[in-house]
Design a protein around this ligand. Sequence first.
Ligand code: FAD
Ligand code: NAD
Length: 468
Amino acid sequence: ASEAEEHDVVVIGGGPGGYVAAIKAAQEGLKTACVEKRGALGGTCLNVGCIPSKSLLNNSHIYHQILHDVKNLGDVKLNLTQMMKAKEQSVSGLTKGIEFLFKKNGVDYVKGTGTITGEHEIKVNPLEGGESKTLRAKNIIIATGSEATPFPGLEIDEKRIITSTGAIALTEVPKKMVVIGGGIIGLEMGSVWSRLGSEVTVVEYLGAIGGPGMDAEMAKTMQRILQKQGMKFKLNTKVMGGDVGSDNIKINVESAKDGKSEAIDADVVLVAIGRRPYTSGLGLENVGIEVDERGRIVIDQEYRTKIPHIRVIGDVTFGAMLAHKAEEEGIAAVEYIKKGYGHVNYGAIPSVMYTHPEAAWVGQTEQEVKATGKEYKIGSFPFSANSRAKTNLDTEGMVKFITDKETDRILGIHIIGPNAGEMIAEGVLAMEYGASSEDIGRTSHAHPTLSEAFKEAAMAAFSKPIHA
Ligand code: FAD
Ligand code: NAD
């Protein structure tokens, strides 16, 4: 190997956690390198996650809307190849944008697989092959992300038995799709293919859809809405296995309630039962860094492993597997390195599910608040009473505030509705500033906007809404 290059910070992984940490570190005047093995920056999120899925969600929504809701606008035909092209263009534009930001900020982009070989040493096997090189680092930030959790007995080929990576790249619309797992990936990707004409059945082990963290009332509402759109749900149902034939797949399921079994036919099966931390080839064992029983790298509150100058952020450690959570941690970890302090408010990280309508939430669910024993109030307002939603013929869903009965402080906000993902930002800000529902209810919101539903739900929590 050639002589080691010295850096203040070496980041392993160029996803939302890693690339943000690298840019921030360079901005703080630290000599920084970022090692990434996939040949493009942006990680799971930009390459095979957030961005490609949202491109398909957006275009399939437009297609579906024209086909079903506004038939009088004329005929529409699906061009799947073009839809995939649009997706690829969005991805490549954004990943190249990060490369540009690296150059602009002076981050060394090292293309290859990074393995920790010593407490201050990373060996990189270059992507293009050839001799490995060694980087020396005062600080290391691990941001190696996650991968889809496989389903035992169903071998992923990304064509017929797929994860989300196959689901963003199918070359034809499957007649029948079975989705194992009714969490965010299952519902987003299930929506895409259902809108394009597939008969989608979601099999979920629990009694509710939406994955961990969704308010129970919202999960029920969402299920009803998606059912109306044509998706089928089998809740409280265990997948026992599958028989993969040459032209048909049978997924064998069993009711978790009465043990009744049945087989569901599928052309394509999407496995969406969660993601697991990815540390393969990282060399944690070389320096004795531990992972917990779920494979997450163990860290303290300052993102430090037991080797204090090796920090960890994003999907590969604790907490929600979300791009913006990884980004916040990237900034905070660098601030700890540079200044000795940093901060992420884990009580105010929004979640958004990009179905139509979208679901978005921040803070506690009603079931979580109930479990604390605290007395609380609910204020809700339906989009069917909001003038803009009515005008847009897009009235499904509602805004729900949960507040502390005694102090009126907001404990959680849950939205299902058009543009919920943008609207939740106001709720996150409110929670960051410790707002009460009265603070929001007395704040002027422009008319006619969807955000008036947000204000009216806040009014409902401390007083009464006007339009319901
Ligand atoms: P990752 O993005 O996984 O990046 C890790 C990177 O490290 C990878 O590029 C990998 O190649 C690289 N790497 C791993 N090991 C090494 C090594 N040894 N050497 C060099 N490089 C290495 N989140 C949202 O907030 N909003 C969404 O809308 C959303 N949609 C999603 C849709 C899908 C289909 C999926 C799968 C995920 C989605 N997520 C979404 C989750 C989001 O993608 C992740 O939370 C986010 O990417 C985590 O960022 P990260 O930096 O921790 O890891
Ligand atoms: P998830 O944890 O959201 O949902 C998995 C679902 O599968 C759960 O409802 C779970 O009960 C169910 N399940 C688990 N094992 C099962 C089994 N054997 N049979 C049937 N059901 C089973 O996970 P996901 O949907 O795979 O998403 C992975 C991660 O990616 C999540 O952390 C999610 O936050 C993130 N993501 C986020 C977005 C977004 O922010 N819009 C989009 C996609 C993915």
